[in-house]
Design a protein around this ligand. Sequence first.
Ligand code: AMP
Length: 185
Amino acid sequence: MSPEPTIADVAVCVYCASRPVPQQHLDLAAEVGRGIAERGWTLVSGGGRVSMMGEVARAARRGGGRTVGVIPRALVEHEVADTEADELLVVETMRERKGLMDAHASAFLALPGGIGTCEELFEVWTSRYIGMHAKPVVLLDPEGHYEGLLNWLEELAGTGFASRHSLEALIVATDVREALDACAP
Ligand code: AMP
């Protein structure tokens, strides 16, 4: 029988914006980083210092949390590699980045972001609903950033293009505590 997961085994892979965004989103990222550290968990991130990605990692470290960043060599300058990370993994391709982020994570948490965030979220969400992994996939959306997307996905369930089961594989939370509770094993 495999042992019960310990606090040290919990690693939350956070997907979020890498572009300049309004302050309230940076504050949200910092709150998530603090929350991860308070629980004694590890943060897995895209390994950049920019925007929300940087905020979440800095806040996690300020709180004493461990941070792992995975960044493609081609983005080391553009996304300003997070050299303060406890572990900074520099890879060659985006696919390797996503693979290593997955491998280090026990849960996935998407915050407000753009198309890169959506791409990452959809991959772990779709692979969860077809049963390729059983890690929680959580979307934290306190201000309706994803409202249009979620409404459209509901329409897809109505017309049969998406199953109810697939939509239920994504946990949608509106505050940080609820989102992190959903990431717990
Ligand atoms: P964005 O939401 O567009 O600001 O992007 C958020 C993060 O997703 C950035 O760190 C991007 O480098 C990353 N990203 C964009 N496309 C991909 C992809 N295909 N695979 C993995 N990460 C990606």
